[in-house]
Write a protein that binds this ligand. Structure first.
Ligand SMILES: *[C@@H]1O[C@H](CO)[C@@H](O)[C@H](O)[C@H]1NC(C)=O
Ligand SMILES: *[C@@H]1O[C@H](CO)[C@@H](O)[C@H](O)[C@H]1NC(C)=O
Length: 613
């Protein structure tokens, strides 16, 4: 078949030389050469356009040769070295080169799609485009009349457990180098092939876990057994994603799958009395972070992972309706967790920056179909007087560079529209214990009246990087499903031989030292607004927050100075990516975080260097 295709191609080239340029490897490579050394936005989009032509007109193996050419020099070089090539199998049928071609094949490379791609993935070659809101009028229906009244609090509560970012590292070997080279490039410490970092203290990976490594099996069992001690107190638990470790350069597909299986099996074994409601994280996929929605041709290649989730999440966790959702909505689902509480789980890979499939048709509000699912589920809540919790992995905001702006803006519109029914939102991903406040409207008037909701960003089980493992439970109003308190535990691993688990803090107790808060009022957007402004204005509070972010390790940054305080203020007051960008650009002290060529992103986010006083 390939030979035949080649013969047809050669024949075409010979017969019609005029068309040579777009239908042959050589012709496209010649065009590339003209653009490759001009580091401008226009050249970036032209290169993408040439590669798109290759992906459309050439058989895959030949189009990959054009990509490889584009990778060896010039403006794609950094992107390829630091991202595409890092993941095994650039030229294989399942490699990232194939994903790159599949993704650009349907991209408007000369328009907004190209602008965003060249900004977020190609070292800011294009400036961030002026935001153009997609039309959401057909996606989001207007509020209806005569809605049923929503239940009010009667003072009763229950507890729910929250676990996040396990990152099981099956390759962990006690005694292997704990300080190693290559972590910023997708390598991993604490395994047999790790190479000691010159100039750093030699640390042999302790048995129980280490601050620059992911979670060894021993620590996972230890942490979950600890979280499960009082499991009969909890009605259910949520797990906000990332089962798999950060060693993405070396991790094979089989190893990735094994870590998914082992993580979910461990959750089931340890929390066998309560259901767990999970989501997919950006590491729970192979190659790293790639996850085309199933409405794209490439979606078929990723079906195996969705099938696996269907299997691992059933049996005591999700009922058959929810499993049906997992099957039809690319692992998003809804489930009634309590009488009147619906948990809606999202697949946030559909807004994650490093999923190459997120840059298609950015003029449209809902290319993955996930937002239609979310709207339908929330509409059901509105019409039937139910409350919703939304859970996901990558938070929609906080940072200006982790999620593609268009998708998180659409998400914001949906949350604001259905806010009366959304009791809480829970995410993970950053490994830090943090939160973001949602402000009404465009999110720039950051007043207490405008603070209408909050994203809880949960601390990780993994110690990577520089955190003590941690989990928490919420005390939840049993009628309104709002959070009355969050209680966080952490395990000090500094001894290396054992984990010293202890109570860390209650959010209510901690922050009501700084401002008054009625004991019957939930920890809502207005509560967290006061924490956020406190971080900005009060060095003592900023320091306490910083220490909790890191779960009291010695690595917690000093945060008295204005830079650190503003950094955390922008994070905690920016519900989506656009707000994150605006907040930072409004503060001359903060770096604009110009996108560099992507290093394989790990761990996210490493913000400490900006915090140091
Ligand atoms: C180039 O290839 C495309 C896709 O195979 C085809 O549609 C087009 O007709 C070809 N152009 C020429 C001039 O052969
Ligand atoms: C378990 O519950 C007991 C009694 O309420 C409490 O003292 C203890 O701190 C809890 N332990 C954990 C790990 O949750």
């Amino acid at each position: 078949m390939n030979l035949l295709a080649l013969a047809v191609l050669v024949f075409t080239v010979v017969a019609t030389p005029v068309d040579r340029d777009t239908n042959s490897t050589g012709g496209l490579i010649a065009q590339l050469k003209l653009e490759q050394n001009t580091f401008t936005c226009g050249a970036c989009k032209d290169v993408l356009t040439i590669l798109r032509t290759a992906s459309r007109n050439l058989p895959r193996n030949m189009a990959l040769r054009v990509v490889e050419k584009a990778c060896t020099s010039g403006l794609l070089a950094g992107f390829c070295q630091n991202f595409l090539n890092k993941v095994p199998g650039l030229s294989g049928t399942l490699g990232l080169g194939t994903d790159f071609l599949d993704a650009i094949e349907i991209m408007d490379t000369q328009g907004q799609d190209g602008d965003y791609f060249c900004h977020f993935l190609l070292g800011s070659l294009c400036p961030i485009p002026e935001f153009r809101a997609p039309d959401v009028s057909t996606l989001i229906p207007a509020k209806r009349e005569n809605l049923p009244p929503l239940p009010e609090s009667s003072g009763g509560t229950f507890k729910a457990l929250h676990i996040s970012d396990i990152h099981l590292q099956n390759s962990y070997v006690p005694g292997a180098p704990g300080n190693c080279v290559g972590m910023d490039l997708g390598g991993m410490c604490c395994y047999n092939g790790a190479v000691q970092m010159p100039g750093k203290p030699i640390v042999q990976a302790p048995e129980i876990g280490y601050y620059y490594c992911d979670t060894p099996p021993l620590l996972l069992e230890n942490a979950l057994a600890n979280a499960a001690v009082n499991q009969s107190d909890y009605d259910f638990s949520i797990f906000t994603g990332d089962a798999v470790d950060h060693g993405l350069v070396f991790l094979t597909k089989e190893e990735m799958i094994q870590e998914e299986i082992d993580t979910f099996t461990s959750l089931k074994r340890n929390l066998n009395n309560i259901p767990t409601y999970p989501v997919l994280g950006n590491h729970d996929s192979w190659p790293y972070a790639q996850d085309p929605p199933s409405n794209l041709k490439a979606g078929d290649r990723y079906q195996y992972n969705r099938n696996l989730m269907e299997y691992l999440w059933s049996d005591g966790w999700l009922d058959s309706d929810a499993i049906d959702d997992v099957r039809h909505h690319d692992t998003a689902y809804s489930v009634m967790a309590k009488d009147n509480l619906k948990i809606i789980a999202l697949n946030t890979n559909f807004w994650y920056r490093f999923n190459l499939y997120n840059y298609n048709n950015l003029y449209e509000a809902d290319t993955s179909g996930m937002f239609q699912f979310l709207v339908d589920e929330l509409d059901d809540c509105e019409q039937n007087g139910k409350f919703a919790w939304i859970i996901g992995h990558v938070p929609p905001g906080g940072l200006p560079d982790d999620a593609v702006p268009v998708q998180t803006w659409v998400f914001t519109q949906i949350v604001e529209r259905y806010n009366d029914n959304i009791a809480a939102l829970f995410f993970g991903h950053t490994h830090q214990d943090e939160f973001t406040v949602m402000y009404a409207g465009d999110g720039t008037a950051k007043t207490i009246e405008n603070a209408i909701n909050t994203v809880w960003v949960a601390p990780s089980i993994t110690p990577l990087s520089e955190y003590n493992p941690s989990w928490r439970y919420y005390v939840v109003d049993d009628k309104t499903y709002q959070v009355m308190d969050s209680v966080t535990y952490y395990g000090d691993i500094s001894s290396g031989s054992q984990v010293n688990w202890q109570f860390e803090y209650s959010a209510r107790e901690t922050y009501t030292k700084y401002f008054d808060w009625d004991e019957n009022t939930p920890l809502n957007g207005q509560f967290w607004h006061q924490v956020s402004t406190g971080i900005r204005d009060d060095p003592r509070m900023a320091q306490e927050y910083s220490s909790l972010q890191y779960r009291r390790t010695n690595y917690a940054p000093l945060c008295h100075d204005e830079n650190c305080r503003m950094e955390n203020y922008c994070y905690t007051s920016s519900f989506n990516t656009i707000n994150g960008i605006k907040c930072r650009s409004g503060n001359s002290k903060l770096s604009k975080r110009t996108m560099l060529q992507p290093n394989v992103p790990m761990p996210r986010p490493e913000r400490k260097d900006k915090h140091v006083a």
